[in-house]
Design a binder for this molecule. Structure first.
Ligand code: NAP
Length: 176
C-alpha cells in the first residue's frame, strides 16, 4: 500500500509577501513602543534615587514624543528644564503648555547635527538656568519598515554627543 502524500501549501504570491512584511512592520513598531515605555520607566525610576529638584536638565529633542514626556516628568519633580528641537512652532506649543500649568521651560531652537548651533544652545541654557546637571541626549527619530523598501536613510550630518567622546548618527525625522 502506498503511503498517503502530505500536501503542504506554500504561499509564494506577492500578496503573501506583502502580508508578512506588514506583520513584520507592526511587530517592529510594537517592539519599539514597548522599548520606549521601558526606557521611560527606567529613567523615571532611577531619577528617584537622586535629588533632581532644582537641577538643570537639558533634554535634546524635547518638543514631542519621549523627550516631551521626560520634560514633563522632570518639571513635575522640581527640575529646571531646558529643551531643544529644530522646529520653533512645536517648541512654542510646549512653552504654552508649561506656562498654562504655571511652570517654566527654556525651549531653544537647535539642530543637534550642527555643532555651532549646539554650542550656542548650551551657552543659552547655562546663562539662563545655570550649569547643566543632567543631559538627556534624546534627539533623533526611530524609523521602521521592511528592509527592501529602503525608507531608512542615514542623515549626512553626523552629530556628536554634547558631552564629547563617541560620535553618533542623527537620523531623519520620523514620518509622524
Ligand atoms: N519611540 C520609540 O518607540 C523609540 C524606541 C527606542 C528609541 N527611541 C529613540 O528615542 C528618541 C525619541 O524618539 P521619539 O519617538 O520620541 O521621537 P519623536 O516623537 O519623533 O521626537 C523626536 C524629537 O527630537 C527632535 N529632533 C529630531 N531631530 C533633531 C535634530 N537633528 N536636532 C534637534 N532635535 C531633533 C524632534 O523635534 P524637531 O523635529 O523639531 O527637531 C522631536 O522633538 C529618538 O532618539 C529615538 O530613536 C524611540
Amino acid at each position: 500500500m502506498r503511503p498517503a502524500k502530505l500536501s503542504v501549501q506554500t504561499d509564494h504570491t506577492t500578496g503573501g509577501f506583502e502580508m508578512r512584511s506588514k506583520l513584520n512592520t507592526m511587530a517592529s513598531a510594537a517592539a519599539a513602543v514597548v522599548g520606549a515605555a521601558a526606557l521611560a520607566r527606567y529613567l523615571v525610576r532611577n531619577s528617584r534615587c537622586v535629588d533632581i529638584a532644582g537641577k538643570v536638565v537639558l533634554i535634546t529633542g524635547g518638543s514631542r514624543g519621549l523627550g516631551l514626556v521626560l520634560a514633563r516628568e522632570f518639571a513635575s519633580r522640581g527640575s529646571r528644564v531646558a529643551i531643544c528641537a529644530r522646529h520653533e512652532r512645536e517648541l512654542e506649543h510646549v512653552r504654552e503648555e508649561f506656562s498654562e500649568q504655571g511652570k517654566h521651560v527654556l525651549a531653544v531652537t537647535c539642530d543637534v547635527g550642527v555643532r555651532a548651533e549646539v554650542g550656542r544652545m548650551v551657552q543659552t541654557v547655562r546663562e539662563q538656568l545655570g550649569p547643566i546637571g543632567i543631559l538627556v541626549n534624546n534627539a533623533g527619530a526611530i524609523v521602521w519598515g521592511p528592509r527592501k523598501t529602503k525608507i531608512w536613510k542615514p542623515s549626512k550630518t553626523p552629530c556628536r554627543q554634547i558631552s564629547g567622546g563617541r560620535s553618533m548618527r542623527s537620523l531623519p525625522s520620523s514620518t509622524k
